[in-house]
Design a protein around this ligand. Structure first.
Ligand code: GLV
Length: 329
């Protein structure tokens, strides 16, 4: 019997591609070429499965061009690159990589918060530019983390990890807003109190965004929400581009309506709104919140395991949908 044909849409760890080759007929992309949607569709015309990395859009048009495709295994916890409804209607399984990246991503969220509040990159640029000629009492004075109020918008696993770090590690008062309230046990574990989004924005010293991107969460933070925040507050986005209105944020930062922002994700990335590149009070990183070697390996292995389990007839390990009837290869 011939093996299922798999496309690995972006470069990943070569030894994990080799693992896939033990089970499948694999077309990989070791040179990490960024294919157009048409090029991706052409490569998927004869494939049974695909390993995606979160930047390949899987929608009805692509599914129509890939009649054999049965599963899309995303190497990411977020899967807003999937049109889940279209996939489910077409009988195509989707999977993601939850849990394995939770603590690493929460670490990064906290690192970005600290770098932003304490103006670390701004001061480093100043030093590297040879501008440091004397010490002064207010040089790069930022805001405190310890003892301040942390507001987490989106209290899933990663949001909980950030809340725990803030409450237990830094003695922060933690407030959160989420679609649904956590159980009393989980609130106690995270030492977090549920508040409305408005109350959170008005009271938090540091606001961290960890919501999934959907039509409903588009521009969760825009000009009106930024206007509610304290002028001394910081805003951290490790969720997805589009959760923040980047143009409105750049204006708020330039006009000092909030103190600073830390952004790992951007609307239209890898393009970054040009105004964000010129305001000094923002820390910018290129979507690397889950980027440690062990975690990226765990994510790639989980995506591979989903493909192996699915074609082995054991069902996907971490499904994001439940197609009633699967496609036949
Ligand atoms: C990264 O952004 C992910 O969703 O895993």
């Amino acid at each position: 019997m011939s093996q299922p044909r798999i496309l690995v849409a972006r470069a990943i760890f070569p030894d994990i591609v080799d693992r896939l080759r033990e089970h499948f007929d694999v077309e990989a992309n070791p040179d990490d070429v960024i294919w157009t949607p048409q090029e991706l569709a052409a490569r998927l015309a004869d494939k049974d499965g695909v390993l995606t990395t979160g930047s390949q859009r899987i929608d009805a048009t692509l599914l129509a061009a890939a009649p054999r495709l049965q599963i899309c295994a995303n190497m990411a916890v977020g899967y807003n690159n999937f049109d889940v409804q279209a996939m489910t209607a077409a009988g195509v399984q989707g999977t993601n990589t939850p849990d394995v990246l939770t603590e690493t991503t929460a670490d990064f969220g906290f690192a970005l918060l600290m770098a932003t509040a304490r103006r670390m990159t701004e001061s480093e640029h100043y030093l590297r530019a040879g501008q440091w000629t004397k010490w002064s009492y207010d040089m790069f004075a930022g805001s405190d983390i310890h003892g301040s109020t942390l507001g987490v918008i989106g209290m899933g696993r990663i949001g909980q990890g950030i809340a725990r770090r803030g409450a237990h590690g830094f003695g922060m008062k933690v407030v959160y807003h989420n679609r649904s309230r956590l159980s009393a046990e989980m609130e106690a574990e995270c030492k977090a109190s549920y508040v409305s989004k408005e109350e959170l924005l008005r009271n938090a010293d540091h606001v961290v965004l960890v919501v999934p991107y959907t039509a409903a969460s588009h521009h969760t933070i825009g000009a009106a929400e930024l206007a509610l925040m304290k002028p001394t507050a910081t805003l951290i986005n490790i969720a997805r581009g589009g959760i923040v209105d980047d143009a409105a944020l750049a204006v708020a930062l330039r006009e000092g309506r909030i103190a600073a922002a830390g952004l790992d994700v951007f609307e239209g990335e890898p393009s970054v709104h040009p105004d964000l590149l010129t305001v000094p009070n923002v820390v910018l990183t290129p979507h690397i919140a889950s980027a440690t070697v062990p975690t990226r390996r765990a994510m790639a292995n989980l995506a591979a395991d989903n493909l192996i389990a699915f074609f082995g007839g054991r069902g996907p390990l971490t499904p994001v949908n439940t197609p009633a009837v699967g496609r036949r290869g």
